[in-house]
Design a binder for this molecule. Structure first.
Ligand code: F6P
Length: 340
């Protein structure tokens, strides 16, 4: 068989480990792999990268993706889907491995509906793909956010300030939740809960009076009600560019105005997405990449490899896309145990 592989959507640590696993697992079974550059753009425009085993040596622990990525939606414009199918034919690809989050896997499902042979590998620092316990990228990216929070603790304590840390995560609060829990925030705001300014101010005052400073973690996806708002920028899948709303900076202004406590904010943005994958993400990406090849070899096209409990298994792409996995009440209950 001849495998194709692409990485689509926002990059995250672990992508190279997954690419390597696909290439080496396929190679071990006697099959070759061709890389497509920059996500679905590479499929549409036939931009390829040969991936002999030697090309993936030494990439396991490297951040980013050697294939490049993009948010190109191959089904947004008329005629693009045909171009994708034509590329698969021209390059003699028997099965495509699509590594990505909800958007990339949705495009993979669309391709499968049009007769394309495709299997999926879920990734995203947002951890919001349904059907899998974790996506790789999440642990590494959130560790960066936790490190940021710890650094902010030092300076907040020195200056007796409140500091708001804004983290990514789109409309799922997993990154904020885990950052707040692992970094010991005084209050953590996630999109899954209605914003309550009175409660926020109470937590900040309580932390500041108990120990002279306060730490707030906020997810970029939270709805603060009337605010400066975004510029209206959207990506090709129609997603609002959330960081432009600057909810962290807005919260800092509100906290300072209401409490008189000097307040700063930090938006760490894409710093979360770079850097080497941590142990968990390396192993998960490796397992999922290998499992996707196994699904393809078993003829289980249209499926995506996922982690459920200790096991990796295949589920239909249909079950993984469309409805993001959001933070559940039991996690929120745990989180609020530690509010100041
Ligand atoms: O989906 C991953 C993610 O990092 C989100 O957390 C964030 O909202 C978005 O991508 C940012 O996208 P871009 O890199 O296109 O600015």
């Amino acid at each position: 068989m001849r495998f194709g592989v692409l990485t689509g959507g926002g990059d995250c640590p672990g992508l190279n480990a997954a690419i390597r696993a696909v290439v080496l697992r396929a190679g071990r079974a006697g099959h070759e792999t061709l890389g497509f550059r920059d996500g679905w753009k590479g499929l549409r425009d036939d931009l390829t990268m040969p991936l002999p085993g030697a090309a993936v040596q030494g990439i396991l622990g490297r951040g980013g993706t050697i294939l490049g990525s993009s948010r190109t939606n191959p089904f947004a414009k008329e005629g693009d889907a045909e171009k994708v199918l034509a590329t698969l034919g021209r390059e003699k690809i028997d099965v495509l491995v699509a590594i990505g989050g909800d958007d990339t896997l949705t495009a993979a499902r669309e391709l499968a509906k049009r007769g394309g042979k495709v299997v999926g590998v879920p990734k995203t620092m947002d951890n919001d793909v349904a059907g899998t316990d974790w996506t790789f990228g999440f642990h590494s990216a959130t560790a960066v956010a936790v490190d940021a929070l710890e650094r902010l603790r030092d300076t907040a304590a020195s200056h007796h300030r409140a500091i708001v840390l804004e983290v990514m995560g789109r409309h799922a609060g997993w990154v904020a939740l885990a950052t707040g829990l692992a970094g010991g925030a005084d209050v953590t705001l996630v999109p899954e809960e209605k914003y309550d300014e009175t409660a926020l101010l109470a937590h900040v005052r309580s932390a500041a009076s108990a120990r002279g400073y306060a730490l707030v973690v906020v997810s970029e996806g939270i709805d603060l009600g009337p605010q400066r708002g975004s510029t209206g920028g959207k990506d090709e899948f129609g997603h609002e560019l959330l960081r432009e709303r600057e909810v962290g900076a807005e919260l800092a202004r509100r906290i300072e105005a209401a409490t008189g406590i000097e307040t700063r904010s930090a938006q760490i943005g894409h710093i979360q997405r770079g850097g080497a994958p941590e142990l968990f993400d390396r192993i998960l990406a490796t397992r999922l990449g290998a499992a996707a090849v196994d699904l393809a070899l078993a003829g289980r096209f249209g499926e995506v490899a996922v982690l459920q409990g200790p096991r990796i298994r295949g589920i239909p792409l249909e079950e993984a896309v469309g409805t993001p996995k959001i933070v559940t009440p039991d996690w929120l209950d745990l989180l609020h145990t530690f509010d100041a």
